[in-house]
Design a protein around this ligand. Structure first.
Ligand code: ZN
Length: 310
């Protein structure tokens, strides 16, 4: 079991529909009496499922957007999040909604359906073009894939430009500047690949796999282990044993540890890595406080390189 599943907030669909309908009619009435919108409300309203996409939208929208991110609490596991009526209200007013997709944040789709939203929707997994490998599961953590992040930046710029055509050139420029900052990250991955390509790593959950894959590292973790952790399911004794053996047998150079979906089994794995003297690289699902996307990912790639160079 994930330690976070007891923290669910249940979405009361009936109540939220009433709220949204009431809100819609009152703002319509206000618009009738004031045809030219005040400057404050001319900003494009954006709702993102997590603060990762919220931050990217802010980088591209600058002061022309107001962004609300539904999940930004590092103690919350986005995989098991349920939205609230407050989220529903924000989403019903948004001009742009950014979701991850791929089953990661289905609460967004449920809210879009029940709010009759006419917002532009950017779905990161759709933008990525990534699909499940044969016989495997899609790794939906596409924001750890820098070429995908670049594509998402372009899509966000296009969607914002549609909502505010007069600012479209600024959004395009900002996306260009943002994408330029992703290039050093890809260069760092290439450096790791050159020095450590083919070396084994272990994970607790698939969150870093696009980054480690682009860095030429081989994930040796039994898929049953990382999938069970991601889903909040129990890990069988055999699978746990096989995972722990990666460290006692020194089959891996580092453990990339998702701090946001931890539980008793992942803590056992972390303890085994530490006992065997294998470096532990912490990663998260959402943006840590005080960092932007590029700063966060720079820390992640640098920590990985540092662990492998040890
Ligand atoms: Zn995850």
């Amino acid at each position: 079991m994930s330690t976070f599943s007891s923290r669910h907030v249940t979405l009361l669909v009936g109540a939220s529909l009433v709220l949204v309908a009431g809100c819609g009619s009152s703002s319509d009435a206000k618009d009738d009496g004031n045809a030219t919108a005040p400057a404050a409300s001319s900003k494009v309203t954006v709702v993102a499922s997590t603060n990762v996409y919220g931050d990217i939208a802010r980088q591209i929208g600058g002061d022309k957007v107001t962004v609300a991110s539904i999940i930004s609490d590092p103690d919350q596991d986005p995989h098991s999040y349920e939205a609230s009526t407050r989220n529903q209200l924000a989403l019903s007013k948004a001009k742009l909604v950014i979701e991850n997709g791929g089953g990661y944040d289905d609460f967004i789709d449920r809210m879009l359906k029940s709010s009759k939203s006419s917002a532009e929707v950017v779905n990161a997994v759709d933008v990525s073009g990534k699909t499940a490998p044969e016989g495997g599961e899609l790794n939906e953590h596409v924001w750890y894939d820098f070429p995908t992040t670049a594509k998402i930046a372009d899509r966000i710029a296009a969607a914002l430009g549609k909502a505010a055509p007069v600012d479209a050139p600024a959004f395009t420029e900002n996306a260009k500047a943002f994408k330029a900052k992703l290039q050093p990250l890809e260069a760092k991955e290439a450096e790791i690949k050159k020095a450590h390509g083919g070396e084994g790593i272990a994970i607790t959950e698939p969150v870093p796999l696009y980054l480690t894959g682009a860095s030429g590292l081989v994930n040796k973790t039994p898929e049953e282990f990382s999938e069970a952790v991601e889903e909040g399911d129990d890990v069988s004794p055999k699978v746990l044993h096989d995972t722990l053996a990666l460290f006692t047998g020194k089959k891996v150079k580092a453990l990339v540890y998702n701090e946001q979906t931890s539980g008793p089994e992942t803590e056992k794995v972390k303890a085994a890595a530490e006992k065997a003297g294998i470096a532990v690289v912490p990663v998260t699902e959402t943006l840590p406080e005080g960092k932007d996307y590029v700063g966060w990912m720079t820390s992640n790639v640098d920590a990985l390189a540092h662990a492998l160079d040890k």
